[in-house]
Design a protein around this ligand. Structure first.
Ligand SMILES: Cc1cc2nc3c(=O)[nH]c(=O)nc-3n(C[C@H](O)[C@H](O)[C@H](O)COP(=O)(O)O)c2cc1C
Length: 184
């Protein structure tokens, strides 16, 4: 069944390692007949969550902060799958991705008042180190977040040891990201 897939990226480096992982995923997904919507959080004006909890108490808007998050809302409310893409910055996701991701709080299982058809997700990461310990926090946070949201994990692809923008071209993670796209 053809699906609509949100690909939410967090790197401020266009054409960099994680961006190329995202594009490889998209190639695979589109070759399998899926529709994708790529949203580059680092090139948007998306503020952090204010913790006001209005998204849990008001019936209509997903957020009181009227910034570029509202360009993401139509994708959140129409996609069945979400792919999160980030370089590792200081053992975690980029702040740009985190700002956008925290705003999914409105769609929190149970308490959040807004609804999304997203039921499954994946994660694509790139990092300079070759050590698994460097991305364990990001992978762990991803798994805990999707458990909270009630989504199923479709896979995690990690490109290790990639620092210069094009390093990922020599990394087998690119083929794995494309295969993950085809498998959705
Ligand atoms: C601010 C900053 C922090 C970083 N922190 C880490 C880190 O903790 N561990 C690591 O392995 N690489 C770290 N890196 C390297 C990036 O994760 C790596 O170069 C990545 O492939 C960049 O992805 P991009 O090309 O998609 O932007 C950091 C890079 C920057 C700019």
């Amino acid at each position: 069944m053809a699906k609509k897939i949100l690909v939410l990226t967090g790197s401020p480096r266009r054409g960099g390692n994680s961006d190329r992982l995202a594009d490889a995923f998209i190639r695979g997904a589109e070759s399998a007949g899926h529709e994708t919507g790529k949203f580059e959080a680092a090139f948007k004006n998306i503020h952090g969550c204010r913790g006001c909890n209005m998204c849990w108490s008001s019936g209509t808007d997903p957020c009181v902060v009227k910034d570029d998050f509202y360009q993401l809302v139509p994708l959140i409310e129409s996609c069945e799958t979400a792919i999160f893409v980030s370089p590792i910055y200081f053992w975690g996701f980029t702040a740009q991705l985190k700002c956008a991701w925290d705003r999914f709080y409105a769609y929190g299982r149970g308490e959040g008042k807004k609804r999304t058809p997203i039921r499954e997700s994946g994660l694509l990461l790139s990092l300079g180190d070759t050590d698994d310990a460097t991305y364990r926090h990001a992978e762990g946070a991803y798994k805990d977040i999707i458990e909270y949201l009630g989504w199923a994990d479709r896979g995690v692809v990690v490109a290790k040891g990639v620092n210069r923008k094009t390093d990922v071209l020599q990394n087998d993670a690119l083929a794995k990201a494309e295969a993950l796209g085809r498998s959705i």
